[in-house]
Design a binder for this molecule. Structure first.
Ligand code: TYD
Length: 140
């Protein structure tokens, strides 16, 4: 799954606290047109269960710990976001599921486009068909 990157950001410490940042051209290759965040997680329930046909995203967890499982239909990779200096940059086309591992966790997402339900694939079997139609073998 070459199009998912985990990046460790710099942490700039000062007496007043710490600061991290990411930038287009260095860490991400798209403009962010929308930011959303998921909070008040119910720890028992997984979320996600979808893929995006075109959307690129950057994800970070400013507080708490979130597990995100990505799959391309063949392989699954598990990421843990548990530090504000970590980001995950994910290209289009990956099925994802996620769950909060700690109370009061927050998941922030910067997305390459505004919200469109048409960009979602929410049925796993349809996702597998979509992968088959849209990607050559082993290129996702
Ligand atoms: P969804 O992306 O399915 O959330 P998750 O992946 O966490 O399960 O979105 C949940 C609901 O919120 C769904 O009805 C669509 C809506 N929504 C918006 O209206 N705008 C947005 O930017 C997002 C991300 C979701």
């Amino acid at each position: 799954m070459k199009d998912i990157k985990e990046i460790d950001l710099k942490k700039i410490k000062s007496p007043g606290g710490s600061l991290s940042f990411f930038e287009k051209g260095k860490d991400i290759d798209f403009d962010i047109k929308r930011v959303y965040y998921i909070y008040e997680f119910c720890q028992e329930n997984r979320r996600g269960f979808h893929a995006h046909k075109d959307l690129k995203q950057v994800m970070w967890c400013p507080h708490g710990a979130i597990e995100i499982d990505f799959t391309d239909g063949k392989e699954t990779i598990k990421y843990i976001l548990n530090d504000p200096t970590k980001i995950i940059v994910v290209n289009k086309g990956y099925w994802r599921e996620f769950v909060s591992l700690k109370e009061n966790s927050i998941l922030c997402v910067g997305a390459s486009d505004v919200y469109s339900e048409d960009d979602y694939i929410r049925d796993y079997n349809k996702y597998l068909e979509w992968v088959e139609e849209n990607y050559e073998k082993d290129t996702v």
